[in-house]
Design a protein around this ligand. Structure first.
Ligand code: GDP
Ligand code: IMO
Ligand code: MG
Length: 428
């Protein structure tokens, strides 16, 4: 009677989509509970890649019920574009339901995202521009509009008009920007309200009922622990809680109903957007990882910053999430290197530090302490069992376990469902 949470252990893009799609084959329900269209989860089926942003990664399994939970900031434009694209491919899809409590993203949130970023100048965060921060700002400020507010067209119209009037003041006074096309936005969203009706549910109830009935429920994290608004590298973070604790409120269930936590963890480290990155390789080795791993954003297309595996990050994330097992992804990308490095500790001002620094200024002063291991030469993308991996690849996996203190239960050696090695059954 407990759900399985799948979180990102690093700064996002760990391969959560691939692992969730793989596990979804055994799940009855997949639930997104935070973030929004800033996520880009790649699922490869029969060699074909699909990038999912708002729709849960269980959707390509036709027997899975997919839930967009109350903690998500929901952009109807993106949602329908994604639905249309998936349907046009003729793939049988699982059902999708959207929470009546989810906050709506409007065009002014996306516009303000860009304007705030521009105003930050050199201190910009490098957001995805999807309006995530401004939508969560309205939610926390208690002025946001939710999916349930779309039920009655005339009250939705007047609340949205009032909100547009307020946003026009901000746009004009803070940024000197032209006013919004209020009538256009209202008309567009009244159309979405009609189209969305069949998808809307009290999703907390659906998730709870599924768990009580002993169904297998998978909680799909977006972003990663280091992007958490409280626990990440603030202010270079997103505006939600991509940790297991956040999934309970974001799905509308009690925290005790989340049992096992799988931390999807890249065999190296990447980051998009700004902020300190202790093991970053701003050199030819980083470029080599980027090219072999196709490390370009699934949402924005930006090149990802690449670096060695950072065990301090993953150890910290394991503590924050109560991670019970890791899914180590993209191990195949590290093939062909003479030697590989794994960061096992940080040294700041000559002293080894405990835990993870709260301030990005302190983090920027940290130097990595590396364990150096020999690489392997062969292509491991065809391996399907752990024993079949080269000795040095097995040694690398064991080093990850040693540094993080968490068992590696799954090893991923390629983007496809089949390219998965299960060492210890999860969601049995
Ligand atoms: P997510 O946001 O955590 O779902 O990750 P992304 O989809 O943004 O980025 C992960 C990328 O790695 C995608 O292009 C996946 O298709 C790809 N991928 C996932 N697992 C593996 C793997 O084990 N090996 C390789 N080579 N690619 C992988
Ligand atoms: P998935 O789910 C990687 C990063 C952005 C930026 C910061 C804030 O694919 O792992 P935001 O638009 O959320 O206000 O941007 O967070 N970011 C991600 N990085 N993967 C993601 O999602 C991300 N979602 C947001 O690059 O640094
Ligand atoms: Mg991604």
């Amino acid at each position: 009677m407990s759900g399985l949470a799948v979180i990102g252990s690093q700064w996002g893009d760990e391969g959560k989509g691939k692992i969730i799609d793989y596990l979804a084959g055994k799940a009855d329900m997949v639930v997104r509970s935070q973030g929004g269209s800033n996520a880009g989860h790649t699922v490869a089926v029969n060699g074909r890649k699909h990038a999912l942003h708002l729709i849960p990664s269980g959707v390509l399994n036709e027997n899975t019920v997919n839930i967009v939970g109350n903690g998500v900031v929901f952009d109807p434009e993106g949602f329908f574009a994604e639905m249309d694209a998936l349907e046009s491919e003729g793939i049988p899809l699982g059902a999708v339901f959207v929470s009546d409590r989810a906050h709506l993203v409007f065009p002014y949130h996306r516009l303000l995202d860009g304007l705030y970023e521009k105003a930050r100048g050199e201190g910009d965060i490098g957001t995805t521009g999807k309006g995530i921060g401004p939508a969560y700002m309205d939610k926390i400020e208690r002025s946001g509009l939710r999916v349930c507010d779309m039920e009655d067209a005339s009250s939705f119209r007047s609340r949205l008009e009032a909100q547009i009037e307020r946003k026009n003041l901000v746009m004009e006074r803070l940024f000197g920007a032209p006013p919004l096309d209020g009538e256009g936005i209202v008309g567009q969203y009244l159309g979405y309200a009609e189209r969305l009706r069949p998808f809307v549910r009290d999703t907390g109830l659906l998730v709870h009922e599924a768990l009580m009935a002993g169904r297998k429920v998978l909680f799909e994290g977006a972003q990663g622990s280091m992007l958490d608004i409280d626990l990440g590298t603030y202010p270079y973070v997103t505006s939600s809680h991509p940790v297991s604790g956040g999934f309970a409120t974001g799905a509308g269930i009690g925290a005790g109903l989340i049992g096992e936590v799988i931390g999807v963890t890249k065999a190296y480290t990447t980051r998009v957007g700004k902020g300190p990155f202790v093991t970053e390789l701003a050199d030819g080795t980083g470029d080599r990882i980027r090219e072999i791993g196709h490390e370009y954003g699934a949402t924005t297309g930006r090149p990802r910053r690449c670096g060695w595996f950072d065990g301090v990050v993953v150890r910290y994330s394991a503590r924050a999430n109560n991670t019970s097992g890791l899914a180590l992804t993209l191990l195949d990308v590290l093939g062909g290197f003479d030697e590989l490095r794994l960061c096992k500790g940080y040294v700041r001002r000559g002293k080894r530090i405990e835990g993870f620094p709260a301030s990005v200024d302190a983090l920027a002063e940290c130097e990595p302490e590396y364990e150096v291991l020999p690489g392997w030469k062969s292509d491991i993308s065809g391996c399907r069992d752990f024993d079949g991996l080269p000795e040095n690849a097995k040694g690398y996996v064991r080093a990850v376990e040693g540094i993080t203190g968490v068992p590696v239960k799954i090893v991923s050696v390629g983007p496809d469902r089949e390219q998965t090695i299960v060492r210890s059954e999860v969601f049995a």
